[in-house]
Design a protein around this ligand. Sequence first.
Ligand SMILES: [Zn+2]
Length: 176
Amino acid sequence: MEDIFTSNIQIYSRNTDTNNKRYLYQKGFKRFWSLPIPPPARNLWYRILSRKSPTSKYLNQIGTIDSPRCHLCHNYVDNLEHFIVQCTIKSTVWNRVLTSHYPTYNVTNSNILKALYNMETPFGTQSSRNIPFLVIISTTNYYIWYFYWQFIIHNIPFVAEAIINRSNRQISIILN
Ligand SMILES: [Zn+2]
């Protein structure tokens, strides 16, 4: 598993890598490391900020798997956007979790991606809602990722309801 994450990562999104690292080490560094999120969620998020996520597209490029298509829906090439949020099955989880926390605000896929790629939130840089938002996004992202690999490796069904419950339980522990 470690090979997947660490080997030959430079072929993946070389251009954005430098900008993101610069952002992380300057403006976002303190905030990123001080957020009250579980270590595995932070590790995964760090990989996304560094554009090192093991999407099927990437694993296919480095020869680990035969097809770049998504293992869940089989309809699309599993690039980073699809891997995080665009796959229909994953997007159901995002919608349900985010609607339960933001019943009056429509959090878009773009909001989710901006949070995970650049630590941006839709509320403005000084808002007190920023930390809860980043906690919710990074925790949900982690559980989607965790259950996705449970499905791939152990053949445990990817059930939206179970992922929503695990995400919301962890989020309420962190934020309450
Ligand atoms: Zn898919």
